[in-house]
Design a protein around this ligand. Structure first.
Ligand code: MG
Length: 404
């Protein structure tokens, strides 16, 4: 039986992006057939999604949650566990599209597998591109798979590039809302709590991304992601603070003309675009009303207050294992900040220190990347390293705040 529906697998279906993807699949159920759902936690929600979507396979990546999932999942649904089951799921012959929205590094292997098998991957997990961008692009090239970005900035660039020649591209301009601390002083940032970092002014996202947004590490990860996705050197990637978050990014061509992509700040737009690509269809989302917006503002990022972009340009310049190291050090530092072990500015200090200690290797295979990732995590956890940093950071802060 031929069906015009896209068969889709959603990795990370209970997270912020995954939940929206499920919502879109339900709303547009004449276009999508969700054949597999994967989540780590939120087992009851996962089972509920499987029931609503009449999904035939559900997987928890946490083996300890298997029995719980088995008890909640619908009877006609196959219940599996573990990373290997996810890799097998994305390779199923009837799968057309893999939406990867797993937080952290769990998406790496299934994404590479899917691209190598010639599947289309809608990629929301920026860690995948940051850690192993060279390998991901190589897998797509070899296997004929297509990558469609879900990150709003990259979706914007992807949309602006449609129908234009790569050779005519001059630079891309990633926009950033500036995060929770965009108007904070250095002294305020130094004493900021986890709750302060979670108060994002514009976007409604998961906790880790929101903290990354406050440190501008989210933008740093996106600079690297863009570098690999669009095959651009650091000097062709700019960042602009745009607090209204209406323009999601821009592309400047060689003739100095700029295209921008705009919409209300809602992740459903890039998710729907990626799920439906290359089609556009009407939806129930709020249309953009620029008269209501009034003013759109732009400014340069404050690189002294937010050193995150420096790390991104350096990581992209070095390539190889350095972006994975930057990402891993950041993840550990954010977790240490969440636990109250370190002050907010130490997130940057830890990343800086770990990157400086790393000897970059080429991205020859996944094992090399994972080894660098593990090394960076261990190094970022080292308490001795941070006690040195504590001292240093407070000196730096005192110096810089005297300047201002
Ligand atoms: Mg983004």
């Amino acid at each position: 039986m031929q069906s015009n529906k896209k068969n889709i697998v959603i990795l990370g279906s209970t997270g912020s992006i995954g939940t929206n993807a499920v919502k879109i699949a339900l709303e547009q159920n004449e276009l999508f057939n969700v054949v597999g759902l994967v989540a780590r936690n939120s087992i009851e929600s996962l089972a509920k999604q499987a029931r609503e979507l009449n999904c035939k396979t559900v997987i928890t990546t946490d083996s300890n949650k298997y029995d719980e999932l088995k008890s909640f999942a619908p009877d006609n649904c196959e219940v599996l566990k573990g990373a290997q089951a996810v890799r097998e799921l994305v390779l199923c012959e009837d799968v057309d599209l893999v939406l990867c929205a797993i937080i952290g590094t769990g998406g790496l292997l299934p994404v590479i597998d899917a691209l190598q098998a010639g599947k289309t991957v809608a990629l929301a997990s920026k860690e995948v591109m940051v850690m192993a961008g060279e390998l991901v692009i190589a897998a797509a090239r070899e296997g004929g798979g297509q990558l469609i970005p879900v990150d709003s900035e990259h979706s914007a660039i992807f949309q602006c590039l449609e129908g234009n020649k790569d050779s005519e591209l001059n630079r891309i301009i990633l926009t950033s809302s500036g995060g929770a601390f965009r108007d904070s002083t250095q002294a305020e940032i130094a004493t900021a709590s986890y709750e302060d970092a979670l108060a994002h002014p514009t976007w409604d996202m998961g906790a880790k991304v929101t903290v990354d947004s406050a440190s501008m590490m989210n933008k740093a990860l996106e600079v690297v992601e863009a570098g690999y996705l669009f095959d651009l050197p650091p000097e062709k990637i700019d960042v602009l603070i745009h607090r209204e978050a209406i323009i999601h990014s821009m592309v400047e061509f060689v003739d100095a003309c700029v295209l921008a992509q705009m919409s209300e700040p809602d992740m459903c737009f890039p998710i729907q675009y990626a799920m439906l690509y290359p089609k556009r269809i009407a939806n129930s989302m709020k249309a953009l009303n620029l008269a209501e917006c009034g003013t759109l503002s732009f400014s340069k990022p404050d690189r002294k207050k937010f050193p995150a972009l420096d790390f991104a340009y350096e990581a992209l310049r070095q390539g190889g294992t350095m972006p994975a190291v930057m990402n891993a050090a950041n993840e550990v530092a954010v977790e240490r900040f969440r636990k109250g072990e370190i002050a907010f500015p130490q997130i940057w200090a830890i990343i800086d220190r770990v990157m400086k200690l790393h000897n970059t290797e080429t991205q020859k295979d996944i094992a090399t990347v994972l080894k660098a990732d593990a090394w960076a995590r261990k190094t970022a956890l080292n308490k001795e390293l941070t006690s040195n940093i504590e001292h240093r950071t407070s000196n730096v802060e005192r110096r810089t705040s005297n300047v201002e």
